[in-house]
Design a protein around this ligand. Sequence first.
Ligand SMILES: [Zn+2]
Length: 77
Amino acid sequence: MGSMSRSIRRKKQLAEKKAAKKRLKKLQHAIDKMPDHCGSCGKTAEPDEDTSQLDWHVEIDQDSNVKLTCPKCKGGE
Ligand SMILES: [Zn+2]
């Protein structure tokens, strides 16, 4: 029985891997049309600015529309 449950787990892992790949593809597509400014205040996301872009909040809706929120607006919520 041990080997059987292992194969089931493997199948599950494969399915998760596939799903992750799908998500990644969707994410890449979303990044392609990612806005370069905050959706709330319109502040442009400058890569060489003090605030790291990593601090920006990225939201992706079901239609793969990306919404950027700067750290300031994100903090105000
Ligand atoms: Zn903002």
